[in-house]
Design a protein around this ligand. Structure first.
Ligand SMILES: N[C@@H](CCC(=O)N[C@@H](CS)C(=O)NCC(=O)O)C(=O)O
Length: 226
């Protein structure tokens, strides 16, 4: 037995990262939807928290022979997929410096952008500081712009057709979902010519089309594109 199951949510950018990694690596998986809003958020259920103590999506379950590996945190999952499936397309370079740069880029997005705009962060600001919609927008825009400014600077040095040269890396897998979210939150993106060019190019590719939030099994009918 060698089975992958992904607990995820169609428009979660962290889930989208792992769907992209799986598609690019051509690894088939079972899609288990976790609705982040229904019933107060299915990610908070005791059953889900037993899998992922942070109560966030995605979670990957890899069943192999008698082993059941359960992994949270998208960056850990993507790196695990490289290590556990060495014959598949590799998203992190084997070159230590290039790998560190790719991770730096991913963390600009993961730790220093996404975390500030996460559902639980925004819910906390609203509940504990009575933040208005306008204030929450200002908050998410501030941190998204800070993260994307750093990413654009890195791309000036390292990009080609993709974030690092002319091959897809984990950096592209993290960038494309963050731009999907930035557009959803109407973050101005005119100052990012390299980011826009790379994301537009990625979105023409089959793997990126398959992993897109608007064509997943839990995408609501009114949002579906296919
Ligand atoms: N750093 C984590 C973040 C996971 C995470 O929190 N994901 C969001 C969706 S994009 C979530 O599940 N939010 C639920 C909540 O905040 O209650 C990762 O990269 O996997």
């Amino acid at each position: 037995m060698n089975k992958l199951t992904l607990f995820n949510y169609f428009r979660s950018s962290t889930s989208y990262r792992v769907r992209l990694a799986l598609e690019i690596k051509k690894l088939s998986y079972e899609y288990k939807p976790v609705h982040l809003l229904n019933n107060g958020g299915e990610q908070h259920s005791a059953e889900y928290r037993a899998l992922n103590p942070m109560g966030g999506v995605p979670t990957l379950v890899h069943e192999k022979d008698s082993q059941k590996n359960v992994i949270g945190q998208s960056i850990a999952i993507v790196e695990y997929l490289d290590d556990a499936f060495p014959q598949s397309y590799q998203l992190f370079s084997k070159d230590p410096y290039k790998k560190a740069l790719i991770k730096q880029f991913c963390e600009n997005i993961n730790a220093d952008t996404h975390a500030y705009g996460n559902l639980r962060t925004l819910q906390y600001l609203e509940k504990n500081f009575s933040a208005s919609e306008e204030q929450k927008t200002q908050w998410t825009h501030t941190w998204t712009i800070a993260g994307l400014n750093a990413c654009e600077k890195m791309l000036e040095k390292h990009s080609g057709l993709f974030c690092f040269g002319n091959e897809i890396t984990a950096a592209d897998v993290f960038l494309v979902p963050q731009i999907f979210t930035a557009k959803r939150f109407k973050v101005p993106l005119d100052n990012y010519p390299l980011i826009n060019k790379i994301v537009d190019h990625c979105n023409t590719l089959e793997a990126f089309k398959k992993a897109h939030p608007l064509c997943q099994i839990d995408t609501p009918a009114e949002l579906r594109t296919s």
